[in-house]
Write a protein that binds this ligand. Structure first.
Ligand SMILES: Nc1ncnc2c1ncn2[C@@H]1O[C@H](COP(=O)(O)OP(=O)(O)O)[C@@H](O)[C@H]1O
Ligand SMILES: O=P(O)(O)OC[C@H]1O[C@](O)(COP(=O)(O)O)[C@@H](O)[C@@H]1O
Ligand SMILES: [Mg+2]
Length: 498
């Protein structure tokens, strides 16, 4: 195997097009480091488990669907404990920070990092950074012990607090140095913005030659973690299977959709509108729609829509009300923003501040059907936005958070740095920062999942009027089936989908 590593990227190439997109290691920039046997070797819980330690050559493929003549492709380092560690338990300090918006499971990740460090590696100097990145230099730290964090997974939010914007990389790295922490693991839990920040912190730490592992744990309720790869037809596919908290958020969204459905069903021409989170990516709306089966129309930022005319939303609403007598519309907060008056404002982190598209669309529907008593409708608007992210994580997310946190702890103790832990094709891996900072993950509307949704709701594609073979206009739900078949054809040819 040949290796071509540089400061930014560390790639190992093997036979048949094998590529390992490796993560940085202390030994890349600090010579002659001592190593220690992994304390897990004498831990009764692990010493009986055969092959508990991960083989150095284990890697996980980014793509599992392959053809017989395709190259082996990109791989990531498999996560898990190594035979040797680069920290002696008594020497190492750890700290944990949570940044950005809330997400179910933050407390579970904090709890598991603290407990894994102590129970598996004997590390008991763990500090919590208060209130996001700026807490490194503007607030007192919180001492975290297994006892203190024992019950926190039952609570929503983050016990450490969080914030957007306003951080200074130099001051953060200075504060790590000033505290006299010369051997440290910094666990940074956050979304796309946070991980961009973590990549810069890692670079500064490396520039200063510090033995400080910078480890990210990807958090985003929107599932927009930007790990993507360019594929044929310029389509993108995410690498991380899903982000923690997403499952919980989708489950909670069902409650709002159910309420909207009950309200709509109980009124003549009842319409329930539910707004869900998703600033740039409509994953929550898409999965909540697929899960609920009560939704007749799902609108997401990636798929532009229009209201009036053939194939438009109003026409579809009218048809659905005539056939079913009621309907439910789910709209992601970032959908249709181009139809609203531009605001051009940003939050402290530089994220676009959105207009309330739920209120806007509800009013538009009321105005349209109220015009000349066109169709008497009853519309109820439900906005559960913050409710779906302020709750504790469900069982599946709790398990997922535990694995992410344990993987992160194993990786840092083994001397890896500048990486995030992440589930790839069902396996825990270490992913270099540059893969999570290059792009934003979005619903691909030419992907099989969106086709499944269109087949399930039978909603229009909003791709504009289409002309039939016989020359007539063919718009709305009927043409969706053709579109779906066409997409499935593309998917089958390219196999980029799941
Ligand atoms: N492009 C960026 N480069 C460096 N740091 C960033 C960047 N975007 C955001 N940050 C920092 O990350 C933190 C959280 O970012 P934000 O976008 O609010 O949340 P999230 O990480 O959940 O996307 C903020 O403190 C902000 O200063
Ligand atoms: O917390 P705020 O500033 O109101 O932001 C709301 C935004 O936070 C989110 O819940 C998550 O965004 P982040 O992943 O950037 O934290 C978005 O869905 C939503 O648009
Ligand atoms: Mg974000």
């Amino acid at each position: 195997m040949g290796s071509d590593s540089n400061y930014q990227r560390k790639e190992v190439k093997g036979e048949f097009g094998y590529v390992l997109q490796d993560v940085p290691h202390f030994t890349d920039y600090i010579p002659d480091l001592p190593t220690y046997p992994n304390p897990l070797r004498s831990n009764p819980a692990y010493s009986v488990v055969k092959q508990y330690f991960v083989d150095m050559d284990d890697s996980v493929p980014e793509k599992v669907v392959v053809h017989k003549d395709t190259a082996r492709g990109i791989h990531f380092r498999r996560a898990g404990p190594r035979q040797k560690v680069y920290f002696a338990p008594d020497d190492v300090h750890a700290c944990i920070v949570t940044c950005g918006g809330l997400c179910p499971g933050l407390n579970t990740v904090i709890r598991e990092i603290v407990q894994s460090l102590d129970y598996m590696y004997g590390v008991n100097k763990v500090l919590g950074i208060d209130g996001g990145y700026r807490g490194f230099y503007s607030k007192n730290t919180i001492t975290l012990t297994p006892k203190l964090v024992n019950d926190i997974h039952k609570r929503g939010g983050t016990i450490l607090g969080t914030s957007r914007g306003g951080h200074d990389t130099m001051k953060i790295v200075d504060s790590i140095q000033d505290r006299g922490i010369n051997q440290a693991c910094v666990y940074i839990i956050g979304g796309d913005g946070t991980l961009n920040g973590a990549a810069v912190i890692y670079e500064e730490i490396r520039k200063r030659g510090l033995k400080v592992a910078v480890v990210g744990i990807p958090k985003t309720i929107d599932n927009d973690i930007p790990v993507s790869v360019l594929l044929p037809f310029l389509l993108e596919k995410r690498v991380i299977d899903r982000s923690f908290g997403f499952d919980t958020a989708v489950e909670e969204a069902q409650r709002a959709i159910n309420a909207a459905h009950v309200e709509a069903q109980s009124a003549e021409n009842g319409i329930g509108v539910v707004k869900l989170m998703g600033r740039y990516s409509g994953f929550i709306a898409m999965y909540a729609t697929l899960a609920s089966r009560d939704v007749d129309c799902c609108l997401i930022p990636e798929s532009p829509f229009y209201l009036e005319g053939n194939g438009g939303l109003f026409e579809y609403i009218e048809k659905t009300l005539k056939v079913n007598g009621h309907m439910v519309i789910v709209i992601a907060e970032g959908a249709g923003q181009e139809l609203l008056a531009a605001k051009n404002e940003q939050d402290a982190s530089g994220n676009k501040l959105l207009q309330d598209v739920g209120l806007w669309i509800s009013q538009k529907i009321k105005d349209h059907f109220g015009k000349q008593d066109r169709l008497p409708i009853t519309l109820k608007y439900i906005d559960p936005t913050y409710m779906i992210r302020a709750i504790p994580s469900n069982a599946a997310d709790n398990v997922y958070c535990t694995l992410l946190a344990q993987s992160a702890v194993h990786g840092a103790m083994a001397g890896y740095t500048g990486f995030t832990s992440g589930l790839v094709n069902g396996r825990q891996t270490y992913i270099p920062f540059y893969r999570v900072t290059e792009k934003q993950n979005k619903v691909v509307i030419t992907d099989r999942m969106w086709a499944r949704l269109l087949s399930s709701t039978n909603q229009p594609s909003f791709l504009g009027p289409k002309v039939d073979e016989d020359g007539g206009e063919n718009t709305g739900p009927q043409s969706v089936h053709k579109l779906v078949l066409c997409w499935i054809g593309i998917v089958k040819r390219n196999e980029f989908s799941d």
